[in-house]
Design a protein around this ligand. Structure first.
Ligand code: TRP
Ligand code: ZN
Length: 199
């Protein structure tokens, strides 16, 4: 299962947070459908409401899933902010197998990654983690500042936030780094297909 929150804060349009993750998983859905691909596992996608109000939508969904339904979810992948304008490449480190699928993809593309530490439990994966479902995901950074070492390996601007428009009115379509969104979208499709149609 993969998910992204579709709501945004009332202060702004929320294009990076979280039009980016919402669009990225939608593109995977469309690609699978367009190509007529048949996954061996069922793929399930969710676009959550009310994440910004306290992770309400995903929590409600998980709470009302009977335990037999919960146990059918092998993994939940979360994508919240994957097009930050001054991007970092962060991978959730909550589950080793899921983390490795992403890390290996980035490594093969020559892009170094770091473990996501800005927001433990700060998005919809927390709802799944709480009931023991393995979780993974990607993140390109929010209000934290990019260090000199990070700018050296990833490009962009040291001393500036990964997303200066985080939760602000300027989180518009101008607030997206195309390279970051493109890499993350490909990594997402790769992970979903690797896990959903293992060879
Ligand atoms: N939607 C999250 C929030 O507004 C964005 C976020 C901040 C985040 N830090 C994170 C998401 C770390 C995942 C991981 O709080
Ligand atoms: Zn968000």
């Amino acid at each position: 299962m993969a998910g992204a929150h579709l709501d945004s804060v009332s202060a702004g349009p929320g294009i990076n947070d979280n039009g980016s993750g919402s669009a990225a998983i939608l593109e995977t859905v469309l690609a699978v459908s367009r190509e007529g691909l048949k996954p061996t596992q069922h793929l399930r996608f969710a676009w959550w409401g009310a994440e910004e109000l306290g992770i309400l939508g995903s929590r409600h969904y998980v709470n009302r899933l009977p335990s037999t339904e919960r146990s059918k979810i092998d993994a939940y992948l979360n994508f919240d902010m994957v097009g930050s304008p001054n991007p970092g490449y962060f991978v959730y480190d909550d589950d080793r197998r899921l983390e490795a699928v992403f890390k290996d993809w980035f490594a093969a593309k020559g892009v170094s990654t770091e473990i996501e530490t800005e927001g433990d439990g700060r998005s919809d994966h927390a709802s799944f983690q709480r009931v023991g479902i393995p979780v993974g995901g990607l993140f390109t950074g929010a209000g934290r500042t990019k260090t000199a070492a990070q700018a050296q390996k990833w490009g962009g601007t040291a001393g500036q936030a990964f997303d200066r428009c985080y939760h602000r009115s300027c989180d518009t379509t101008a607030n997206i780094n195309d390279t970051g969104l493109d890499r993350n979208s490909d990594a997402i499709a790769h992970a979903i297909w690797t896990l959903g149609a293992p060879s």
